[in-house]
Design a protein around this ligand. Structure first.
Ligand SMILES: [Cu+2]
Length: 327
């Protein structure tokens, strides 16, 4: 019986630990900020466990001792040491350690200004992303951030409507996005990889469908990617463009190389090359684009895009195929 129980709890612990890996985990750090936070977590957990064991030890001792009374002097000493001195000293040590860790987590901790500034603005329920390259160019994207690996990148965080929170757990801590206020965070990814975050502040019905990918790339590959995304997609003159423009999609969406210049919804200039559609909700295929456009609210409740279920099927397909080809 006891061994079954031990086996079951070992299996449960293994399951829990296995859940600590992967692109969404703060305990699988891929950069120095996240590594410092993971270390803080382990040290706090170990200290907490040690204190818990000591308290349980004291309890067991007291049970064995039974009701034999303490002298007043011994009781006073016990209260002084175990009630005041030890807890204060332990908390002071842990607090000092946490405060000592903090400067490295703050933005611009080093004098060196990052080469790249990325402005991320939270919207119900998507992320607007503007890259400010050192040469002054601004490149617009949405729902994913690309960054060069091995370089500090400055994130400038804002919100368009309600409070959202920016959090890429494998890269660093979370930072709120507050309307009317600008928050800053710098992050560094040690090596190329894809990391997934989610809005970390409840922001409405589809809060849970507001994911964000951070893709760290080799610096040369990143520069090429940025240059490519500053220009219209090669597929922009395709067949669905006329239907896209005729149905007023351009009032809310921008597509470089067309007259569409809307800023209310995500920039669609290169939507076909994104990691997902609608902030982690669907894969980027013509079929899922058609499904989303016909009824955004069915896929993503509360999404601020009108439904286009009245479009003739061939027109909807033409638009969706064209958008999927904007890579
Ligand atoms: Cu949000």
């Amino acid at each position: 019986m006891a061994s079954w129980r031990a086996l079951a709890s070992a299996a449960a612990a293994a399951g829990l630990l296995a859940g600590c890996d992967g692109p969404r985990s703060a305990l699988d750090p891929a950069g120095p900020q996240a590594a410092a936070i993971a270390e803080l977590f382990y040290i706090m957990t170990a200290a907490g466990a040690a204190i818990w064991l000591a308290v349980i030890g004291g309890y067991l001792y007291a049970r064995r001792r039974g009701r034999r009374p303490w002298s007043d002097e011994a009781g006073g000493r016990l209260i002084l040491w175990c009630g005041a001195i030890l807890p204060s000293a332990l908390l002071l040590v842990l607090l000092t350690y946490a405060l000592w860790l903090m400067p490295g987590l703050r933005p611009l901790a080093t004098a060196e200004t990052p080469r790249l500034r990325i402005e991320v603005t939270g919207h119900q329920y998507w992320w607007e992303v503007v890259y400010h390259a050192p040469d002054g160019r601004a490149v617009v994207g949405a729902n994913e951030v690309r960054m060069p690996a091995g370089e500090r990148v400055e994130f400038v965080l804002e919100s368009q409507d309600v409070i959202h929170s920016f959090w890429i757990p494998p890269l660093g801590g979370k930072m709120d996005m507050i309307p009317g206020r600008t928050n800053r965070l710098t992050l560094l990814a040690d090596a190329p990889g894809t990391f997934i975050g989610n809005c970390a502040e409840y922001c409405g019905t589809s809060h849970a469908l507001m994911a964000l990918a951070a893709v760290a790339m080799e610096p040369a590959g990143f520069d090429a990617w940025l240059a490519e995304h500053a220009e219209p997609s090669a597929g922009v003159d395709g067949e669905g463009q006329a239907a896209f423009l005729a149905n007023g999609c351009g009032a809310c969406h921008t597509v470089l190389g067309t007259p569409a210049r809307g800023r209310i919804g995500p920039d669609l200039s290169h939507v076909g090359s994104r990691w997902s559609l609608a902030a982690g909700t669907l894969p980027v295929t013509a079929d899922s684009i058609a499904r989303f456009v016909a009824n955004p609210g069915a896929v993503k409740p509360g999404a601020n895009m009108p439904a286009y279920g009245m479009l003739p099927e061939d027109e909807l397909q033409a638009i969706a195929t064209w958008l999927a080809g904007l890579t």
